[in-house]
Write a protein that binds this ligand. Sequence first.
Ligand code: PLP
Length: 456
Amino acid sequence: MDEREAALRRAAEIGFDYLSKLPERAVGARADAATIASRLGDLADEGMDPTRVVEELATAVDPGLVGSLGPRYFGFVIGGQLPASAAADWLTAAWGQNAALHASSPAGAAVEQVAGRWMLDLLGLPADASFGLPTGAGLGNTVGLAAARHAVLARHGWDVEARGLYNAPEITVVVGEEAHATLSTALQYLGLGRERVVRVPVDDQGAMLADAARDAIVAVDGPLIVAIQAGNVNSGAFDPAATVADAVASHPNAWVHVDGAFGLWAAVPPSLRHLVEGVDRADSWSTDAHKWLNVGYDCGFVAVREADAHRAAMATSASYLMRSEQRENWEWVLDSSRRARGFILYAALRSLGRSGVRALVERCCALARRMADQLREADDVAVLNDVVLNQVLVRFGDSDERTREVIAAVQEDGTAWMGGTTWQGKAAMRISVSNWSTTEADADRTVEAILRCARR
Ligand SMILES: Cc1ncc(COP(=O)(O)O)c(C=O)c1O
């Protein structure tokens, strides 16, 4: 066995061992970054045998690993890894394709194209929309808003890619007060200004008030971009997409972008489709595969109704870049050289099929409701949001201090892991049920752990 094979086999063994112990390992990390860094040593003059490097690395970092692939991790909005997708991920590393160009990997080009079309179909988006695979929904927002910026200015005869925003017609950007932070960074990157927006007030679930959204839109007669949200990162609430679509219908130059990092998946099960009513009438959409589809990092998805605006906003050219007649992956996202993340997306969709995606989304929502119902029953525990999706916000003793104490105690206990947030000025525990492997028993065990910690 040569040294490469030995190192890869050892890495696989260590990986299997980690994954098999994951369900019973403490979910949170047991050491902080400074401690892990101190275990890594200094840069040496001499090199090291590859297998030993792998073993040393695994031993050094182990206490700092977070069991976020496991069934009782409910932090942020972090999915696990479906077995087929995880296996395809290992192969993606083995094959090491640069999926930027057809010339650099016909396989990478083909798989991304097929998986992208399946995503449009599954999410109920126009079959002829263009799409790309950014690293995540945050950069998907940047891509969607770049296409929006291109289109609304091109309709005024302004080429923003060539001339920039100097002396360009002014664009009004309308967002909800609860827009995700990455929406603001997208505006910041694109020169549209994170503060130079019209903010629409929201209801007690964090969704734009429909009347206020309509008023904000009809007040604008120049170029207009409206960015709505499908799935509030805390509550899971949806902005009123149908009202927004109706309001922009009579506007001469508007574009609607949807940030649906996880909420766009509500389009898959018929039981949740009412939440995304009108979302398919937008012009661009951003979501993640590495959240609810349970694809490993990193894999987002962005789709744009007007392919020409999408490509104009993203593509550049250079003489050596051998553009083919076929779809080029890199023309639809911000990065050029990159891994073939289409393989992991394809494997997830192929292994689940439509019915599997539907079941995954429905199961997570049912588990979120189950946990909310059990928590609501307990003394001094309040569920702050309407549990319409997979997100639950919990508060203890109607006290910020006590809520933060319970969150810290649960994290320390190790049975499960969830983070905190501030919801409408109050501290809350955030539970996001996003993992394919979470069962009812995991949900019940987690609630028991939370209530045990709360009683201490
Ligand atoms: C609504 C929303 N938009 C965007 C993002 C950013 O996604 P990513 O970190 O994958 O870029 C998130 C992450 O939770 C989100 O919830």
